[in-house]
Ligand binder design. Structure first.
Ligand code: FAD
Ligand code: NAD
Length: 478
């Protein structure tokens, strides 16, 4: 006899574990099946985000930034370290500790909420049966199933992963030494974050990006500023570079690529391939279920994450939309609450994006180029961190905050930032926009002095030509 559950979730990454916990909070009987294994081969919760994504990358970014501050920026603050050295083993141990504390935390939350954790591979069969293979092989009968199987790095034919010299993001989070010369294919979010980590630790880093435009999803003004600063930090970013072939040799990888100047070759000690991720759907469902995938191979869902099958939902990286942990978490909550009879929705217009480099890049809402292309009239207010006291005290006064507000209604349509701690500052923008704020609403709010958030305030003032710490063209008495 198979055990019956109100909800069976397949996948315990941020989308799946959040759905499981929320459904259990709402009084439903929930099981969560997950096949992630840690380096010792034991089952572990948290999926890509906790084990090989958001969390370990941020631990390495944090430590490498501290190292950079001490090494390169300390003297400007009057701090000199005579014998500064890097202990990579300790740095990795710190990262592993953070990961294991957080993944064990999810197990504790499952226990506290009464979610049954079933390690193993889950497959959706007809009639809402989930077959679990592996050590805990069994069949589960589910009233509702939530597919949250996440995504995997895309493997390039011209540079296939070999786990040693040509690696994916997961392996690049666990190098045992700092490569002297590191190649990265793809100057997207993973390429920039991991390229930054190894650059700060001393590697020469070359990024090969196929597109001519740098960070095409970001606001163009932000992308231009970021490219300038990354280049100054020593990231060698080559745009319009198409990789043709790579050859693994004893201690190096030779990459052949083409750009506007013709064919070129680069020899690197290691090569990270970070050209995007694809949804995990292999072995996720039996063909006779009739589950529909979209043209890109994602599980097809509507705006409420309902698949084409009754009572079967899908959330997170396995469905359309940005591959971001917080987007998946919100979808997990929405689905759990809808199963429990609520009418929760996700506001897909306000998913914040953050790139945790130095400077940090963050935005929410529409970019200036999108507003232009759709012919929406807007007013922009830009405020540089160079005029912000806190940023200057930190020694991180480059970059800016930009607010785009509707020219007629003044409602904020987008906020774009590049500079210090923008990952945190963007929350205020998201909050304001979720309440439908106008730039005047932000203008009329008091911000503590001296804080970085004053740059957000001043950019709202700048929309009306009223920024205090900026010489702006005079506006007629606004
Ligand atoms: P996942 O986290 O991929 O989890 C899916 C889980 O399901 C996995 O445990 C998988 O093993 C399991 N699974 C798959 N198929 C089955 C099956 N059939 N049966 C059982 N289990 C199965 N996002 C951010 O928002 N912020 C960041 O800072 C950030 N940093 C990142 C850094 C890196 C290096 C990478 C690679 C990604 C980063 N991301 C970040 C993206 C983020 O990790 C993903 O968007 C997020 O993990 C997606 O969550 P998910 O629950 O949909 O899937
Ligand atoms: P990405 O889509 O962010 O970037 C991939 C880059 O590779 C793009 O710039 C693309 O033009 C380029 N590219 C594609 N094919 C190429 C080729 N053949 N040669 C050279 N360049 C090529 O993907 P990613 O960086 O792998 O990240 C995967 C996902 O993980 C993203 O969707 C991202 O949202 C998520 N992620 C988020 C964060 C964060 O929120 N801070 C951090 C890391 C990853």
């Amino acid at each position: 006899m198979s055990e019956r559950f109100d909800v069976v979730v397949i996948g315990a990454g941020p989308a799946g574990y959040t759905a499981a916990i929320r459904a259990a909070q709402l009084g439903l009987k929930v099981a969560c099946v997950d096949d992630w294994r840690d380096t010792q081969g034991g089952p572990v919760l948290g999926g890509t985000c906790l084990n090989a994504g958001c969390i370990p990358s941020k631990a390495l970014l944090e430590t490498s930034e501290l190292y950079l501050l001490a090494r390169d920026h300390g003297p400007a603050h009057g701090l000199r370290f005579k014998e500064l050295s890097l202990d990579l083993t300790a740095m990795m141990a710190h990262k592993d500790k953070v990961v294991s504390e957080l993944t064990r935390g999810i197990a504790t939350l499952f226990k506290a909420n009464g979610v049954t954790w079933i390690p193993g591979h889950g497959k959706l069969l007809a009639k809402n049966i989930v077959e679990v293979s592996g050590q805990s092989a069994q069949q589960l009968q589910a009233e509702h199933v939530i597919l949250a199987s996440g995504s995997t790095p895309v493997n390039l034919k011209s540079a296939p992963f070999d786990g040693q010299r040509i690696v994916d993001s997961q392996s690049a989070l666990a190098f045992k030494d700092v490569p002297q010369r590191l190649g990265v294919i793809g100057a997207g979010v993973v390429g920039l974050e991991l390229g930054s980590v190894w650059r700060r630790l001393g590697a020469e880093v070359v990024l090969l990006e196929a597109q001519e435009n740098f960070l095409s999803m970001a606001d163009e003004q932000v992308a231009r500023e970021a490219l300038k600063q990354f280049t100054a930090e020593g990231l060698d970013i080559r745009l319009g570079a198409r990789v043709l072939h790579s050859q693994v040799e004893k201690n190096a990888v030779t990459v052949r690529y083409q750009d506007k100047d013709g064919e070129n070759e680069e020899s690197v000690e290691r090569l990270i391939v970070a050209v995007g991720r694809r949804p995990n759907t292999d072995g996720l469902f039996a063909a006779e279920t009739g589950l529909l995938l979209d043209e890109w191979g994602f599980v097809h869902v509507d705006e409420h994450c309902r698949t084409n099958l009754p009572n079967i939902y899908a959330v997170g990286d396995v469905v359309r939309g940005p591959m971001l942990a917080h987007k998946g978490m919100d979808e997990g909550v929405m689905v759990a609450e809808r199963i429990a009879g609520h009418s929760t929705t996700v506001n897909y217009d306000l998913v914040p994006s953050v790139i945790y480099t130095q400077p940090e890049i963050a935005w929410v809402g529409k970019t200036e180029q999108t507003l232009k292309s759709t012919g929406e009239s807007y007013r922009a207010g830009v405020f540089p961190f160079a005029a912000n006291g806190r940023a200057k005290a930190m020694g991180e006064a480059s970059g800016f905050v930009k607010i785009l507000a509707d020219a007629r209604t003044d409602r904020v349509r987008g906020v774009h930032m590049v500079g210090p701690v923008c990952s945190e500052l963007i929350a205020a923008a998201g909050l304001a926009m979720s309440f439908g704020a106008s730039s005047e609403d932000i203008m009329l709010t008091m911000f503590a002095h001296p804080t970085l958030s004053e740059a957000f305030h001043e950019s709202a003032l700048a929309v009306a030509g009223r920024a205090i710490h900026l010489a702006q063209p005079r506006h007629p008495k606004t």
